[in-house]
Write a protein that binds this ligand. Sequence first.
Ligand SMILES: [Cu+2]
Length: 308
Amino acid sequence: MIVAIVLILIAVGSVVFHLVSPWWWTPIASNWGFIDTTIIITFWVTGVVFVAVVVFTGYCVYRYRYQEDRRSEYEPENSKLEWWLTILTTIGVVIMLAPGLVAWQQFITVPEGADEFEAVGLQWQWNFRLPGEDGVLGKTAIKYINDENPFGINPKDPKGKDDVLIEADDMHLPLGRPVKVLLRSIDVLHDFYVPQFRAKMDLVPGTVTYFWLTPTRTGTFDVLCAELCGVGHHTMRGIVVVEKESAYKAWLKEQSTFAQTLARAKNGTKKFSNLDVSEGKAGAVESGSARLRLNPAKPSREKAKRVF
Ligand SMILES: [Cu+2]
């Protein structure tokens, strides 16, 4: 009897906790409301099944409790019941999976004319690159990565010269414009995740992954790495600032192109500040043929104000 009551209380308590709980998603800041809808559908299906199974178990524990004069029946098969269970389970699984497939299709079908930027992950920071005035990102390869060229842009590719390299870990996006996010990793698996965008995608060494989104409200949002990528995983944070077109353009003007970065490096005035490639110094991390280390100066972290 006590077990039956505990089971019913677990079912009721779970529903009440869900309804009164103060924890819910942070308000959405992108066009991906459909992804929220698919998760809510999964909540409903799994919630109804959870309550039904737990309440039914409680009922059975009470209804078929031990009584001295009662004997159990032997019924190894019940094809009618099995049919019903199979059909209901199939319907439940289809309801949960089908919207996700539609959402995924939309997630990777980039609208024509979308802007694009690249996020490059390495242990344990984010770096960003934008196409310059030609609107095309220059080609890259691991072999080109060095002190002056931390993104590995092919120096012979004319399309790479005007690429805009963000010398901090904060990326800016104009409000209301669709943007394709290209993702590249220099060392291990990482995952680009901005909770308010409801969007995440793995960065896989050796390939370029992507998705797209349209920012729908201004604000400053954290970029997290959602893939356990080493001991410094928790420090792998970036910032994305969504702002009005005019503010975005003003920010863009302050950034340097690949050509300017190269020229500065040649004059010896300034190296790329955020991503520094050097020869085997203390605390260095091996990656391919190059040794990469974190530059402790990450100016944007304190500079940007977070708005949730
Ligand atoms: Cu990571």
